[in-house]
Structure formats: C-alpha cells, structure tokens
Design a protein around this ligand. Structure first.
Ligand code: SF4
Length: 323
C-alpha cells in the first residue's frame, strides 16, 4: 500500500494529494463515526509507526514527476488514525515544503496540541484542520470515545494556544452526531470555547459516510443549517456546511473501460477505498469520468471477487474495502 494517494477532489482543499502516514490504524480516539474502522488498541504516545525513510522517498518520487505535481492544488498530510502521533511529522512537513512549491495541509483530531512538540511540528504547515466535536466532557466521551486519561480541558487549552501561535490558515471541523453532541447545550458550550480561539473558518460536518457504529446517525440538514446560523451570529466567523457539491473541474474524459488507463484508475481507486468509503459519484468526479456508471463498470469485477463491497448509507451506495 502506497502512502501517497489521489489526487482526490476535496470540497475543502481542491485537488489534493493525500499522504497517509500509517499503514494501519493508529489513533488515540475511537470515534463512533470513524470511517477507518474500530480502534483496537488506542495509542497515545508519539512514535515512528511507519518507516520515515520510505515515506520521504515516496514523496521524492512523486515530486520528481513535475507534470503530476503541477496537477495538484495542495499536499494533505493525513492518516488512518491521528497523523500527529507520528514522531517524524515535523521532518515530513519540512521535506514537503522543500520539495514542492504547493501548500501543505494537515488534518488532525486536535487532541495532541497540548504537546509543545506537536505544536512546533505543525508550525511549518500552511493549513491546519483540527477537529473539536464537543466542549462538554460527556458528549466528547460519547462521540469520540477517548482513552480515560485524555482530558477535554487540556485538549481545548492546547487548541487555544495553537490557534494564537500558528500563523497559517486554521479551519476547525465539528462533526455532529444526532442525539450525541448536537443539543443546544452542546452548541452553547462549543461557542464558549471557540470564542477564545483564533479561527479562520468553522466547518460543520455530520455522518455522511458509513460509520463504524451503526447507531451514529447524521444530523438533519435543517438542524445543521440552524446550528451554522447560531455559530455565525455568536462567533462572527464563516461557517461551512457539508452540503456543497464539487464542480466537475478539469473536463470530462470519454469512456475509459479497459487498457492501461483503466488499470491505473482501478489501482488508485483501491488506494482511495482502502482508506475511506467512497461513492461511484465521488470517484467519477475525482477521475473526471462521465458519470458513476463508468466507475460501477470498472469496479464490478472487484465487487464480484469480494475485494470491494457495497454498503448503503444515507441514501447513497458506498464502495468499501472487502472483509
Ligand atoms: S475519526 Fe479520526 S480521530 Fe476518530 S477514531 Fe477515526 S481516525 Fe481516529
């Protein structure tokens, strides 16, 4: 499995090349909405959980291909788990900055920023997108299911310190789960702590992809819209909703059904679906194909072989890696 995947069309970032720091899940949380799968053994200490040299060499190979590099908008460091748990994060970010003249983004669950070393590593990034799903301990524990020693007040303190020290772009994501962290009390508590942070945007999200726990349900569009309005009024910050759809930028490729091009697309889809469930429409946009039917046709043999499986969620059919 390659560490680099995509580029994928990200609603938030444009055409984004993903850099996945782990080959299996390494996380300190076990969120009910996780798309990666359950956290079997929570990990709280930073470490070299995947070989640093191999990661840097893969980055070098990608950056040497100037045409591919030119086709992306942003390099996004992420993980099957929490990327700041990789102790080589600072080296990886500095390497990306040195090798590619592209913005570097980091997605993080935001729970390690009380560690000065993590904050210092992240200073090199252009965009950091941490999460904070709740400001009330009971809601935080219900949704994110942290290890017993992870203290929400310390998480909020770390995020607040980082928000004022970081000079780049900071977008905070809040993922709301129906009946778990979406009450008026929850939103008021979030407003209380977010008001102390320097944030460029707030991104509201809900359970839009198949979650690890089947009872993790999405918040309705109406409720999300009302919460966004409340956040905007209270915090005077832009608040994004998860409904915006991607435009089909980059033109449409006519029918790709066989040959080396189809094989290359299937290989990249394997990488995408390995990390998170995707719909055929997601993939058609990413690869500039005419529509989901082409993807369904390309993936039918993988579904028949059991390598991928189809799953219904929220009225959409997602491709997920097989058992
Ligand atoms: S959603 Fe992210 S932070 Fe939560 S368990 Fe999954 S990988 Fe970890």
């Amino acid at each position: 499995m390659n560490a680099l995947f995509g580029p994928v069309n990200s609603r938030r970032l444009g055409r984004s090349l993903g850099i996945d720091l782990f080959t299996s899940k390494i996380c300190n949380l076990n969120c009910v909405y996780c798309e990666v799968g359950p956290t079997i053994t929570p990990v709280c200490r930073r470490g070299t959980y995947s070989p640093l040299r191999a990661l840097l060499e893969e980055i070098d190979r990608f950056c040497a291909d100037t045409a591919r590099l030119a086709s992306i908008d942003v390099l996004t460091v992420t993980a099957q788990g929490e990327p700041t748990l990789h102790s080589g994060l600072g080296t990886i970010l500095a390497h990306l900055r040195a090798k590619a003249d592209k913005p570097v983004a980091v997605l993080t669950n935001g729970t390690t920023l009380m560690d000065e070393g993590v904050r210092s590593d992240l200073m090199v990034a252009d965009i950091v997108i941490p999460s904070l799903d709740a400001a009330r301990t009971e809601s935080f524990r219900r949704v994110d299911r942290p290890t017993a020693e992870l203290d929400l007040d310390a998480v909020i303190e770390g995020l607040t310190i980082f928000s004022h020290a970081f000079k780049g772009t900071l977008w905070l994501e809040i993922l709301l789960v129906q009946g778990m962290n979406d009450t008026s009390e929850d939103i008021d508590a979030l407003i209380g702590v977010l008001g102390r942070m320097r944030l460029d945007r707030i991104q509201l999200n809900t359970v839009v992809r198949p979650p690890v726990e089947q009872d993790a349900r999405p918040v309705s569009n109406e409720r999300l819209t009302a919460i966004a309005q409340r956040l905007r009024q209270a915090l005077s910050r832009p608040v994004d909703l998860p409904f915006a759809t991607l435009s089909g930028e980059g033109g449409i490729r006519p029918g790709v059904s066989a040959g080396p091009e189809a094989a290359a697309i299937i290989e990249q889809i394997r990488d995408m679906v390995w990390r998170r469930p995707c719909t055929a429409a997601d993939m058609a946009r990413t690869f500039h194909l005419e529509g989901p039917e082409q993807i369904e046709q390309l993936l039918a043999p993988l579904v028949r072989a059991g390598e991928l499986r189809l799953l219904e969620h929220g009225g959409h059919r997602f491709y997920q890696r097989g058992p």
